[in-house]
Ligand binder design. Structure first.
Ligand code: MG
Length: 389
């Protein structure tokens, strides 16, 4: 599809190249791509994107090859979001770019790693993976001669910054303003946000079953799972194993995606935003679930929290992961000279500006960038006398 045709096909309230608030550093227009295609491509070529393959979603990478990682999670989010975006005549390419970038700032070991790093950073401004994703695309990627980061369009950055404290928002300039004014992001960002939740709800359920943390009977405690399980059993009474799980999970995803499209389409029609700015100034998000589906969605989330994320086998992993992150942080804070040279240089640069908080930020950037296995290896190299340094 050429850009011309795609633009004609976009709804008035979609993000459009011509109405973009632009990049921080002005660049020549791409010859054969739209601005948001260029953003998506820059994200795919980034170092942080490649690292996602070895970062945990819920299960640590070495536990098995078939579990979701941050990379496959991001791809599933993008797939779900693109379906919704296209059905609502939104900018599919921008939606995809936001989805692929949304978890770039994740630490090793999933939420356990992020919580541990946040605790370490408590006296130095905290650590938040969402803010770190923005920091990566704005500052940390080193790919261009003329600027730090990827120099993405405002709309992509706006979508990456899903949530933000008021204190942080005040330091972020244009991209933080909506949190101060209590405005919404683009519909593309709203789609990416909800697609993230839909993706992890369903794949964590799937991975939980695969890992044997929950049984089919356990999963039937969730009303939406139970109803899809019944539907599949009626059509295929002899079906068992992975095929049964897959038939249920694909129906769950299809049901919630259909609901988002229909509910959001209705909400958008009611408000009839004239353009992206009308979307931004509307009092609440227009991409939404129906109240019935929202109940199902929250119920499944609660089920996963209690039965999967707090399963003793997951908690053991969580506990180990937190130890690794905390001990690495302590060691590097005390002796920054143990870090590779480029990270020592960051310590020098950031300390000149912010003192001890600057040193902590450089250490946090180094640790946050690690993959699961790199963090484990680094831990061994520093604390295990038998290991080569
Ligand atoms: Mg995510």
């Amino acid at each position: 599809m050429t850009e011309h045709v795609q633009t004609a096909w976009l709804a008035a309230y979609a993000a459009q190249d011509e109405l973009s608030r632009g990049r921080r550093f002005v660049e020549q227009l791409p010859a054969y791509r739209s601005e948001f295609q260029r953003d998506r491509d820059r994200i795919i070529h980034s170092t942080a994107f490649r690292r996602l393959v070895y970062k945990t979603q819920v299960f640590v990478n070495q536990e098995g090859d078939l579990y979701r990682t941050r990379l496959t999670h991001s791809l599933e989010v993008a797939q779900i979001a693109r379906t919704i975006a296209r059905a609502l005549h939104l900018n599919e390419t921008l939606t995809e770019a936001i989805c692929l970038a949304h978890d770039l700032g994740h630490t090793p070991f999933g939420h356990a790693g992020q919580d541990a790093l946040n605790e370490c950073m408590r006296d130095y401004g905290g650590f938040e993976h969402n803010l770190q994703s923005l920091r990566i695309v704005d500052e940390l990627e080193e790919r261009y001669a003329e600027f730090n980061g990827l120099n993405l369009c405002f709309e992509t950055r706006e979508g990456i910054l899903k949530h933000c404290s008021l204190r942080n928002a005040q330091q972020l300039g244009e991209v933080g303003e909506r949190f101060i004014r209590r405005e919404q992001p683009s519909l593309e960002a709203q789609v990416a946000n909800l697609a993230d939740e839909i993706a992890y709800n369903n794949h964590d359920l799937d991975d939980g079953l695969r890992a044997g943390l929950i049984s089919m009977d356990d999963a039937r405690e969730s009303a939406s799972f139970r109803s899809q399980h019944d539907t599949v059993m009626q059509a295929h009474p002899a079906l068992t194993g992975r095929r049964l799980v897959n038939e249920i999970v694909r129906r769950l995803i299809n049901q919630v995606v259909t609901d988002v499209v229909e509910t959001s389409r209705h909400a958008i029609e009611q408000v009839a935003p004239a353009d992206i700015n009308a979307v931004r100034s509307h009092s609440k998000p227009l991409v939404q679930l129906s109240s019935v589906m929202s109940q199902h969605h929250l119920e499944l989330k609660r089920f996963l929290r209690e039965r999967v994320y707090r399963h003793y086998r997951v908690l053991r992993m969580t506990n180990k992961a937190q130890q690794v992150v905390k001990t690495l942080f302590g060691a590097f804070m005390q002796s920054p000279e143990l870090m590779p040279p480029e990270h020592q240089q960051a310590v020098t640069r950031f300390s000149a500006e912010m003192g001890e908080a600057g040193r902590a930020r450089a250490v946090a950037d180094y640790i946050a960038g690690m993959t699961d296995r790199y963090a484990v290896l680094e831990h061994e190299r520093i604390f295990d006398p038998a290991k080569r340094s």
